[in-house]
Design a protein around this ligand. Sequence first.
Ligand code: UGA
Length: 316
Amino acid sequence: MAHALVTGAAGFIGSTLTDRLLADGVRVTGVDCFTDYYDPALKRRNLEGASRHPAFQLLPLDLATADLSALPEVDVVFHQAAQPGVRASWGREFATYTSHNVLATQRLLERYQKTALERFVYASSSSIYGDAESYPTSESVLPRPFSPYGVTKLAGEHLVLLYGRNFGMPVTALRYFTVYGPRQRPDMAFHRFCRALLAGEPITVYGDGKQSRDFTVIADAVEANVRAWKRAAPQGVYNIGGGSQVEVVEAIALLEERLGVKAQLKFEPRPPGDPMRTRADAARLQADLGYATTVSIGDGLAAEAEWARSLYGGVR
Ligand code: UGA
């Protein structure tokens, strides 16, 4: 039985990946330090299914400070743990970002550098591109982060790749483009929009709401990890996005339709660090990992809206 280490196992992507690996017959050791960036009760809820599975164990530890010799030998590492959030990474908070995104990554690489890993997969981010030089943005475009968060994710990515080049570690970086769907973090746009619609409260829209994202459904982010383990090029870097482009106001209209509620919009200035546009060139993903998304934004939002209703109740 293959054995995987999933860091950030209680988070949005980490927990969904954990469930998928367990369903595929993989033994999973999950690591999470349950920070209070958002309610840890939601993270515990994410792990309810996995916790009952005999092939799952959870190690509650902080990768930036704990003795990592306690981590087991594994076949593959999926490093999903991070301090997320583009707009919150300014000021004093930056220290948290460097600790969780840079130092933790370096310590994990040190821990597994001399072991016989099949793959070390790093969760990178479209935020390393900032407002990119060209669209759709290919992996060869020079990264130019627009937020301190993006800088730390790029630093983590560089660390992963340099351990690959120096020591031959089989590393891969997946640059996720704004992932959404059931279990999405409560600070992210669609989760906030669903919660507000269900509570009859106004939705905060930054800027004029015409900023766009290449929103990526959670199943695709998980599939990319599973495929990267077996099929990615050595030291490969991949955009994980559907090649779509949706404006914030368009997504709100779809959610209104889905939840049957008219949104009240409250416009606020676009916060620093928030790029105007992201769009993935998904050609490398399709060529090497062999798939393209099949889920439309309408269907993906419907799944998130149903999940939000199960979490918050509200109008039908
Ligand atoms: C997301 C994740 O939060 C990051 O962790 C990840 O690294 C990043 O995607 C990525 O792709 O690299 P973001 O694109 O800001 O970051 O995702 P959302 O929080 O879902 O925001 C999407 C858009 O909605 C942004 O343009 C933002 O301006 C807008 N928004 C967000 C609002 O208009 N109102 C809100 O209340 C929240």
